[in-house]
Design a protein around this ligand. Structure first.
Ligand code: NAP
Ligand code: G4F
Length: 348
């Protein structure tokens, strides 16, 4: 019998890649999308369009804020695996909407776990929780499964609740529930308000003649940036183990936002140099002297996480997972994608 998967956050970056991955593995895939005032399915529309996937992929309206919708969907489809990827996932925004972020990310996870616990048909459902390197905050790199948590934003704190409640339901109710502690992962479907895609989409517009400047916040923050498609595979691998456990997924290397900018521009043959300091720093083309990067204080966070760099040795050993795409390749892929799809409306 075909396995059945349910993905919350199926309209997001990871949800759309995971849906494709599981369909290739011959799962029947259900997704949950929330109601929005404009279309929010651009990352999955191409899956609907494939005739051969017509009976294999279906999306329901539901919301992590609405426990009854989650319970109804789970009771109706009786999934083998649930991947909880839905979240208010933007760290900077979580300082503006802390209650909402906590409700979706923390209580939303609890609502799903309760739905599993209360299920009348006691089918053994496996549960994946999208945890994050942000729960480590400003701890010493590299961070592993043994690093103490020091979350530094409402987002990180909401995700730490979700981490612990997942672990607690595993221990208390014997639910197969795991936390994937994923470090930053990026790709062509990354939201454009995250720093990597903000940069690559602007570089593509500049390549096509735009005269814009990119306004950024902290250039010195370092992140362990991996490739989103590599990382979605690890989610599935965690649910195929004999015992539920938590895993760090990372590349083991970190780069600053400044290095990301230089790498992205190098793909359109612009060599960025830096001048000035603090809010007056700017980045310019070493040949033409044209300024491309400026700093704006609106993109700084009240509390910043300065460096995240993961230690993925446990995932390598137990899951036999390793990243396939390196930093340079990933940046190139994103810049080229944005250049090739410039001006198009339907491109996933
Ligand atoms: P994303 O692109 O922002 O996608 C988030 C998804 O959650 C979207 O489908 C969104 O729907 C949905 N959503 C938001 N609020 C919801 C609600 N109240 N009810 C139902 N759905 C809701 O995020 P991502 O990058 O794919 O990340 C996936 C998950 O991994 C998130 O939980 C994130 O926090 C976590 N994570 C991400 C990374 C990373 O580097 N990407 C690293 C570690 C952990 P709309 O499309 O309607 O907005
Ligand atoms: O791209 P970011 O917004 O990602 P951030 O905050 O690391 O969060 C992402 O990764 C987490 C995993 O560690 C996920 F859990 C989370 O859901 C999300 O996917 O910012 C990256 C860095 C930060 O240090 C930020 O201060 O870039 C810095 N930055 C500098 N200028 C900027 C900007 N970030 C954004 N979004 N926009 C800027 O203009």
């Amino acid at each position: 019998m075909k396995k059945i998967a349910l993905i919350t956050g199926v309209t997001g970056q990871d949800g759309s890649y995971l849906a494709e991955f599981l369909l290739k593995k011959d799962y029947k895939v259900f997704g949950i999308k929330r109601r929005s005032s404009s279309f929010n399915t651009k990352r999955i529309d191409h899956i609907y369009d494939k005739k051969e996937l017509k009976d294999k992929f279906q999306v329901f309206y539901g919301d992590l804020l609405d426990g009854s919708s989650l319970l109804n969907i789970i009771e109706e489809i009786k999934p083998d695996e649930i991947y909880n990827l839905a979240a208010q996932s933007h760290v900077r925004t979580s300082f503006d909407v802390p209650e909402y972020t906590t409700d979706v990310n923390a209580l939303g996870t609890l609502r799903l776990l309760e739905a599993i616990r209360r299920l009348k048909n006691k089918k053994k459902i496996k549960f994946y929780q999208a945890s994050t390197s942000e729960i480590f905050g400003n701890t010493t790199s590299p961070q592993s499964e043994k690093t103490p948590f020091k979350p530094a934003s409402p987002y990180a704190i909401s995700k730490l609740y979700a981490y612990w409640i997942t672990k607690n339901y595993r221990d208390a109710y014997n639910i197969f529930a795991v936390n994937g502690i994923l470090f930053n992962h990026e790709g062509c479907r990354r939201g454009e308000t995250f720093v990597t895609r903000k940069i690559t989409s602007a570089v593509a517009r500049i390549f096509h003649g735009s005269n814009e400047k990119i306004f950024l916040g902290n250039l010195n923050a370092k992140r362990d940036w991996g490739d989103a498609e590599d990382y979605t595979e690890s989610m599935w691998k965690m649910l195929q183990q004999k015992k539920p456990d938590d895993y760090v997924i990372a590349t083991g290397k970190s780069y600053s936002v400044r290095e990301f900018v230089r790498e992205a521009f190098s793909n359109i043959n612009i060599n960025i140099k830096w001048k000035g300091s603090g809010l007056n720093e700017y980045g310019y083309d070493s040949k033409s002297k044209k300024v491309y990067i400026k700093i704006s204080k609106i993109y700084f966070r009240p509390t910043e996480v300065y460096e995240l760099r993961g230690d993925p040795r446990k995932a390598k050993k137990v899951l036999k997972w390793k990243p396939k795409t390196d930093f340079k390749e990933m940046v190139k892929k994103m810049v080229n994608f944005d250049i090739d799809n410039y001006g198009k409306t339907n491109f996933y």
